[in-house]
Design a protein around this ligand. Structure first.
Ligand SMILES: Nc1ncnc2c1ncn2[C@@H]1O[C@H](COP(=O)(O)OP(=O)(O)OP(=O)(O)O)[C@@H](O)[C@H]1O
Ligand SMILES: [Mg+2]
Length: 392
């Protein structure tokens, strides 16, 4: 065969174990939250009652992996006790209407369930029949629940929370729900729905520390790299860079890309410069030329946003405007008026430099929420200061 030249792979032994949807047998440094979920759902299964949990935490803190690992392990545990537990994990970014969520859940019990012709209420009843018939404890994980709420409101959550009210005593089935979101739930749920979650068990996953990230990286090296290709100091270097964001996904991505670069160079060991090159690669979406072409006012607007995004997943447009005023004052820029600022936000949104979404029901007015999808705030801030000629 002509044309293709394939470099032999001497660094990475198993790419699949670096995939984002691969969940390791054991999650490093998450025993605490894992045991908390276990203790709550164990009691649900033992007493045939329903439970609700909320897991929040910033990007890459392990929310999705934790819920998946838990479901897999818990299923085994329940089985050993001679009972039956099933789970359905739904990503509400791709399934953002009640019927598409319900469809996903029903497909687990009835493969090929028709995708139209049934109302959500009817689908809930069909689900109930399945659970009753086989005495199943169902755990539904609604990942990125904020997207579903923003798109479709909280009707489905409400129905699910009332699901067990029609139980006949003595029946063996139950339905528990785990909600996952980066954003704290009180920022996007209306008061009525929040009050149904009042006694819900909440778990907040903290950002990973350098040492924790080092252990996460070290686990991946063991799983996916040939022996002797990544030394201890390099793992520490990767952890150190990633600790700015405490984001495990970022650390694993750095590791993988550094490994690819080292292999491209025909080397048998990953070196610090491969990590540096990998880091530069990760943010190439926000190019300098894109930032330069914004012009000064929008650069300041974005700088303000980057500054206040450091510990937040989302900010309101009001907060962003204040931040714009603050950086303008700091760098002696004359800020533009309110309506102009709104236009800037739209443009930044169109260019993919910020995410713009409507706030949840029950929040004041129609504030938009701003997020930074593709770049850590600190890197963005550094790049902007450079472009503005204000770098220290
Ligand atoms: N404690 C951990 N041990 C090992 N790997 C981890 C751990 N936490 C996260 N990871 C890995 O980091 C990556 C990101 O984790 P995950 O997708 O669970 O984060 P998340 O909190 O759901 O992020 P997002 O908010 O972006 O959805 C995955 O590849 C996951 O396997
Ligand atoms: Mg996730």
């Amino acid at each position: 065969m002509a044309g293709f030249e394939e470099k032999p792979q001497n660094i990475i032994s198993d790419f699949k174990k670096l995939d984002f949807d691969y969940v390791p047998e054991k999650l490093v440094h998450r025993d605490g939250p894992m045991n908390k979920i276990f203790s709550v759902l164990k009691s649900a299964v033992e007493s045939n009652t329903n439970q609700r949990m909320v897991i929040t935490g910033l990007v890459g803190t392990g929310k999705s992996s934790l819920s998946k690992r838990f479901c897999l392990d818990f299923q085994d545990w329940v089985k050993e006790k001679g009972q039956r537990m099933e789970f359905a994990i739904v990503n509400c970014r791709s399934r953002n209407t009640p019927s598409s969520v319900m469809l996903r859940i029903l497909e687990r019990f009835q493969p090929g369930f028709p995708d139209r012709g049934f109302s959500t209420a009817e689908m809930l009843e069909i689900l109930r029949k399945h659970l009753v018939k086989d005495g199943i404890h169902l755990v539904i994980v609604l990942d990125e629940i904020n997207v579903l709420i923003k798109k479709s409101g909280s009707d489905l959550l409400y129905s699910l929370s009332r699901f067990d009210e029609e139980r006949v005593t003595g029946s063996k089935h139950s339905l528990s729900v785990i909600l996952i979101s980066q954003q704290p739930v009180n920022e996007f749920l209306d008061a009525a729905t929040l009050s149904t979650l009042k006694r819900t068990n909440q778990i907040k996953l903290d950002k990973y520390s350098t040492d924790e990230l080092k252990d996460i990286v070290s686990q991946r090296v063991e799983l996916a790299f040939f022996p002797g290709t990544v030394d201890d100091e390099l793992m520490h270097f990767i952890a150190d860079i990633s600790s700015e964001f405490g984001d495990a996904r970022f650390a694993i991505e750095l590791l993988e890309n550094a490994g690819r670069i080292a292999n491209e160079e025909g080397l048998e060991e990953v070196q610090p410069d491969h990590v540096r090159a990998a880091k530069a690669m990760t943010y190439s979406v926000v190019t300098e030329s894109k930032l330069i072409s914004l012009g000064e006012q929008k650069q300041y607007a974005l700088l303000g946003i980057a500054r206040i995004m450091k510990n937040k997943s989302f900010v309101t447009t009001g907060e962003a405007e204040k931040a714009y005023a603050l950086v303008s004052e700091e760098y002696e820029n004359q800020p533009r008026a309110h309506t102009q600022f709104w236009e800037y936000l739209q443009i930044l949104g169109d260019q993919g430099l910020i995410g713009l979404g409507q706030s949840g029901k029950g929040m004041v007015g129609k504030t938009s929420l701003i997020s930074l999808p593709d770049i850590p705030s600190k890197i963005l801030e550094e790049k902007l200061l450079e472009v503005l000629g204000k770098a220290p």
